[in-house]
Design a protein around this ligand. Structure first.
Ligand SMILES: Cc1cc2nc3c(=O)[nH]c(=O)nc-3n(C[C@H](O)[C@H](O)[C@H](O)COP(=O)(O)OP(=O)(O)OC[C@H]3O[C@@H](n4cnc5c(N)ncnc54)[C@H](O)[C@@H]3O)c2cc1C
Length: 389
């Protein structure tokens, strides 16, 4: 199996005619690392027999997080579409590592876009080289889709903010050494960088999940947790805008991650269909099995084009909020069907083999996380109605 395929290479050539060789070299090198070092570990990450830290650190050492960040901070300064495709490859190698890393990188993008120069200097370099792991703390026990309605507060007192409340379902929590925390000040939702250890910062027990089991998810609890004034990101009261902007970019990447998961499920289903016999033939001879193959392949290609389209608008400086959400809604729903069809093609072995059904379990998160399909359909329709005016 080759994770970075001739199809990926051709798309890079179409998107970036002048520099596709350079970008393809980066993706080839990352893809072969993922294939050798991550893909074989993936079942163990799912079962809990292999902790995520070592493979994730090895991936950082390969430069995964350097791709979209400016050279000024130690990054490679490559287009977002190259980064999104790298996340697709990572989704094929291991979905849990991909989730952990894409959230980490989304925080880095937030620091780049909304942080002060001293904050960028302190956090960005260490984050994109993987010396610091980041976590994005927005969702609360009583507010997810309606995140602007947060209950966590940050009260300004003598040169610092005192934070009280809690954040729910936070990826990388407990392992991360920098948290992008959203809390309400007197001016509304605001955004802060928090470095543990910090008095008043605690973590809940690791949550047991249906899928994405290699990544860690915990509650984060603040009890009079103090954050220095200089760790306010941007302006007080602008936190909701920053969260939305960060999530638009992250949705493109989540779409790519789902294309990656689907690709592996499809490859396994195709190989199985070609060797499993029923009624004296291979099951790939049956039209109804072929229909699944045709639909999955079409869905993967469509999902890939959608996330690359949204990436390209982002690279060119356009408004990509609707396209990012379209890519996420389509790719995450396509992925559930692709992984379900892969189980169906494997018959009883699909239902009983972890290494087949875990793709569906992993994919299941992403019609929920980083904007549910329902909420994103609202966003898309609102944006398109406004564009039509
Ligand atoms: C494994 C995992 C990892 C996560 N990682 C992070 C993280 O790192 N950081 C972070 O901040 N959050 C994280 N989340 C939280 C995730 O983003 C939220 O779960 C998600 O945004 C949905 O919020 P909710 O769970 O509160 O559901 P709710 O918002 O309560 O939604 C429940 C249901 O109601 C529907 N609904 C809500 N409003 C509307 C509406 N207006 N119209 C129609 N339907 C509606 C939703 O679509 C959904 O089906 C994670 C979640 C999980 C499970």
């Amino acid at each position: 199996m080759t994770i970075f395929t001739a199809e990926h290479r051709q798309l890079m050539q179409m998107l970036h005619p002048g520099r596709h060789q350079e970008y393809s070299d980066v993706l080839t090198s990352l893809g072969s690392f993922m294939e050798k070092e991550l893909l074989p570990l993936s079942p163990k990450l799912d079962s809990g027999d292999e902790p995520i830290d070592r493979p994730r650190s090895a991936l950082f050492a390969q430069g995964m997080s350097l791709i979209p960040f400016p050279a000024q901070y130690g990054g490679l300064g490559l287009p977002f579409s190259v980064y999104a495709m790298a996340v697709e490859l990572l989704g094929t190698a291991d979905a849990s590592v991909a989730l952990s890393v894409e959230i980490h990188n989304a925080v880095a993008e937030g620091v780049l876009r909304f942080g002060s120069e001293p904050q960028r200097e302190r956090y960005l370099g260490p984050m994109i080289t993987g010396r610091r792991l980041a976590s994005f703390a927005l969702t609360e026990p009583a507010s997810g889709s309606d995140a602007g309605n947060m209950a966590t507060t940050a009260e300004k007192r003598a040169g610092e903010y005192v934070v009280n409340g809690s954040k729910m379902f936070i990826t990388n929590a407990g392992e991360a050494n920098v948290y992008l925390v959203f809390a309400k000040t007197s001016k509304g939702p605001s955004c802060f960088l928090l470095e543990p250890p910090s008095a008043g910062l605690k973590f809940g027990a690791e949550l047991k999940k249906l899928g994405m089991r290699g990544s860690k998810t915990r509650e984060v609890i603040f009890s009079d947790c103090r954050i220095p004034e200089e760790n306010l990101v941007g302006e007080e009261g602008k936190g909701a805008d920053y969260a939305k902007a960060i999530l638009h970019g992250a949705r493109i990447v989540v779409a790519a991650l789902n294309v990656g998961i689907s690709q592996l499920a499809y490859d396994k289903a195709l190989a199985y269909a070609r060797q499993r016999h029923a009624f004296g033939r291979t099951i790939s001879d049956f039209q109804l099995v072929r229909e699944k193959i045709a639909d999955t392949k079409t869905g993967i290609n469509a999902g890939r084009l959608l996330y690359l389209y949204a990436s390209r608008i982002k690279e060119l400086g356009g408004d990509y909020s609707s396209e990012a959400s379209q890519a996420k809604v389509f790719a995450t729903e396509m992925s559930l069907k692709a992984c379900d069809d892969a189980i169906q093609i494997h018959g009883g072995y699909g239902y009983t083999t972890e290494d087949i059904h875990r793709h569906w379990r992993d994919a299941r998160l992403l019609t929920i996380g980083e904007g549910t399909s329902e909420v994103l359909r609202m966003l898309i329709s609102r944006r398109e109605l406004a564009r039509a005016q």
